[in-house]
Structures are given as structure tokens and as C-alpha cells.
Design a protein around this ligand. Structure first.
Ligand SMILES: C[S@@+](CC[C@H](N)C(=O)[O-])C[C@H]1O[C@@H](n2cnc3c(N)ncnc32)[C@H](O)[C@@H]1O
Length: 392
């Protein structure tokens, strides 16, 4: 959906009926369905409905089928919106901080505004793009949240946030050529968002997880969030009451949060019986030392984020493997070992190795009923293969 007229037409009784009719259309059938529907409905409405149905299908992964099936989207809006799991967690944190009202600056199609409202927080949602604003408004209405969310079309740089308990900024981070890594190239730039944060009692600024730690303001708490093992975003918090400079890794579902305790880098030690692969949020937050301490472990190499230990310990912050073999990097030797063990299902993981997992799998041609995991990495500087299996 690209314009306001399409959105309005989809919200009429005819548009709603068409949206229902095309909801589960298989992409392969789309042409036939469109031809049939055009006999009874305007062509623009039919294509708007089919386009919206496609966007809703894409949005299910972020919003779940029930909400995605009632919400409206633009292609950029689906892409840029915060997934419900992360938005709900963040809204919960706002609520715990005693926040009752938030100015959501750069609200997009309303991913965060919806979660904030559902947490019982009053929201002023602002975006400068007219279609996006109309979609956000349609979404809060569709989900019965219009009483808590006021949607405004404006440039956030001119919005007065006085009187709000907190400010939330989720800047646009995609340029014409993929993701933008320079925080000053965000729209609005990070420096503006930090200034806006300084004017509110509390604030949260969403940033790309790849942000260099040096770019994090000293008075912020930085949080990296992963969902089911995938790093989704980082947030700079202000006014949380936690020591400025604190760093946190939060794993969803859960949530499980690990806070920095200022430990030095872990020691390098020989590979023990267990290998732990820290969650991406832990690695991005530079909290591998905290996890190594919990596991009574050390690193396999000073530059590699694999923790090795002698004991199996349960931790939500890393996936544990039992290591059965350690070999210098040598494809022939690996092939022989896997043949001897009758390994047909091989998972290849790598850190600190340029070898492509698919290439390796082709070369060793795994065959047999057993499964194994091979880690291509460096151990004390030397290219190494560690073979093992995940701990149950
Ligand atoms: C990453 S999206 C926000 C997504 C939103 N949090 C969600 O979950 O749906 C960023 C939004 O910022 C808006 N934007 C960028 N610069 C802006 C500005 N100066 N004023 C208002 N909106 C702006 C864009 O139109 C875009 O919709």
C-alpha cells in the first residue's frame, strides 16, 4: 500500500471484505484470484488488498497471526518495525521504571506504540511520513488502543516532549544502500536523540546492534537484546537508576538479563571437556567475561568468544557442547574421523576461520546415522577443529 487513498479504501466495508477474502492467498494463485475479483471490484482495490495481504503475511513473524491479520502495513513499515516480543519487553521495562506516558518519536506503523499502550502507558506517537502516520492510526484503532495513543504527523525535531515521563526514539536506519552504521546518519541523528533524551526524566533510544562501544554516551546504560538466539537490537537507556556506563545483555523469551560487572578479559586456557558458545547479545555487549566466570571457564583464544570449561553448567547465556576431539585444521583428518564415527549430520560452526561451512560439508561428505558439531576456530592462535555435540 503506497498511498492514503489505498488505506482508506481498504478500511471501507468493501475493502475489509476483500481483505478477508484474499487473506490466505497463495502467491502462486495471486494472478488468478486478482482476475476473478476484478470482475466485481475496482482493480486498484483488488491490488491494494492483495498487496496488504502479502504484507500481513510477512508481518506474522513479528506480530503474530492475530495482530498481523488486523493491522495495516507499508513495505518499509513492516521491515523497520520492532517485533512484538522486543517491544513488549521494552514496554515492560518502562512500566517497571514507573513510566506512565511516553513520547514515541519516530513511531513508524506503531510497533512500539502498541506495546507501550498494552502495558498501560499513554503514548504520543509521532512520525513525519503521512502514509505511515495514517497506518499507525489505523493500527491503534484496529487493536482497540486509540484511547491510549495519540498519533501526530510532524518532524520529531520540532516536538515538545515536556510533561512526558519518558522519550523513546527509534530512528530510521536504512539508507538507499542497506543499513546505516554511522549513528549520525540515522534520521534523526543519534546526537539529536541523545539531546532529546537529556530533556526527559527517562529515555530509551533504539540503535543498531553493530554500534561501536566508543559511540555510546557515558551516561547511558546500553542493552543488547536477542530473541531466540538472534540479536535484534541495542537500546541506550537514560535515567534507569543503574550506574551510567552499565552494559546489559537481555535474552528473549525470558527475559534473562546479564549486567556488566567490570571484569577483566577472561584468561586463555587449554580446551576442556565443554565448550560454550555465548549468545550474540552477550558477545555484542562484551559480557563474555561475566559468562566465563559463571562457568568457571576461560577462552580458547584471546580473540575468540568461545568459552571452555571442565564442568557442564546450565546457563541461559550460552549454548553448551561436549567436546570429544580436538584436531589441527585438516580436512582429511576430519573426514576420516567423521567416517569412523559414522557421522551423517554435521553442523559446522565457525569463529575466527575463513572456511565456508558449506564448502567443508561438501569436502567431508558426511555419511551415516550419527550427528556431530564441528567448530572451526583458533585455539591459542592455531587454526583448530573441535568436534562434539550439544549438551541436552
Ligand atoms: C525505524 S522506524 C520506527 C519503527 C517503529 N518503532 C515501529 O516499531 O513500528 C523509523 C521511522 O522514523 C521516521 N522518521 C525519520 N526521521 C524522522 C523525523 N525527523 N521526524 C519524524 N519521523 C521521522 C520514519 O518515517 C520511520 O517511519
Amino acid at each position: 500500500m503506497n498511498d492514503l487513498a489505498s488505506l482508506s479504501s481498504l478500511r471501507t466495508p468493501e475493502g475489509r471484505a476483500l481483505l478477508d477474502a484474499v487473506r490466505d492467498t497463495d502467491p502462486a494463485e495471486e494472478l488468478a484470484v486478482a482476475t476473478r475479483l476484478r470482475r466485481e471490484h475496482p482493480a486498484e482495490l483488488v491490488s491494494a488488498a492483495l498487496g496488504q495481504a502479502r504484507l500481513r503475511q510477512r508481518a506474522v513473524a513479528k506480530f503474530g497471526a492475530a495482530d498481523a491479520g488486523r493491522m495495516f502495513f507499508t513495505p518499509n513499515g513492516v521491515e523497520q518495525s520492532t517485533r512484538a516480543s522486543v517491544a513488549t519487553y521494552r514496554a515492560g521495562r518502562m512500566k517497571e521504571l514507573g513510566v506512565g506516558s511516553v513520547a514515541d518519536l519516530c513511531c513508524g506503523i506503531g510497533g512500539d506504540a502498541i506495546a507501550l499502550a498494552r502495558a498501560g502507558i499513554r503514548v504520543l506517537a509521532v512520525d513525519r511520513d503521512p502514509v505511515t502516520v495514517a497506518v499507525a492510526r489505523a493500527n491503534v484503532e484496529a487493536l482497540g488502543l486509540a484511547g491510549l495513543v495519540e498519533v501526530h504527523e510532524a518532524d520529531v525535531m520540532g516536538v515538545d516532549t515536556t510533561g512526558y515521563d519518558a522519550v523513546f526514539v527509534d530512528p530510521a536506519r536504512r539508507g538507499g544502500r542497506g543499513r546505516i552504521f554511522d549513528p549520525e546518519a540515522y534520521s534523526p541523528p543519534l546526537s539529536w536523540a541523545v539531546e532529546a533524551a537529556g530533556k526527559a526524566p527517562r529515555a530509551a533510544l533504539k540503535i543498531a546492534p553493530g554500534i561501536p562501544h566508543e559511540a555510546i554516551p557515558e551516561d547511558a546504560e546500553a542493552e543488547w537484546i536477542s530473541d531466540s538466539g538472534d540479536v535484534k537490537e541495542a537500546v541506550l537507556w537514560f535515567g534507569t537508576g543503574i550506574a551510567p556506563g552499565a552494559v546489559r545483555a537481555t535474552l528473549l523469551p525470558g527475559p534473562r538479563s546479564l549486567l556488566s560487572s567490570g571484569l577483566p578479559d577472561p584468561e586463555v586456557r587449554p580446551v576442556g571437556r565443554y565448550l560454550y558458545e555465548p549468545d550474540g547479545a552477550v558477545i555484542r555487549a562484551h559480557l563474555v567475561a561475566e559468562v566465563a566466570q559463571q562457568l568457571d571457564g576461560g577462552l580458547v583464544d584471546a580473540t575468540i568468544a568461545y568459552v571452555t570449561a571442565d564442568e557442564p553448567r546450565a546457563t541461559p547465556y550460552a549454548t553448551a557442547y561436549e567436546i570429544t576431539d580436538q584436531l589441527p585444521f585438516n580436512v582429511k583428518k576430519l573426514k576420516a574421523l567423521l567416517r569412523e564415527r559414522e557421522v551423517g549430520i554435521l553442523t559446522v560452526k565457525k569463529r575466527g576461520s575463513a572456511v565456508e561451512p558449506e564448502e567443508l560439508r561438501k569436502k567431508v561428505k558426511p555419511q551415516g546415522p550419527n550427528s556431530a558439531t564441528v567448530f572451526l576456530t583458533r585455539v591459542a592462535g592455531a587454526p583448530t577443529m573441535l568436534v562434539g555435540h550439544p549438551l541436552g
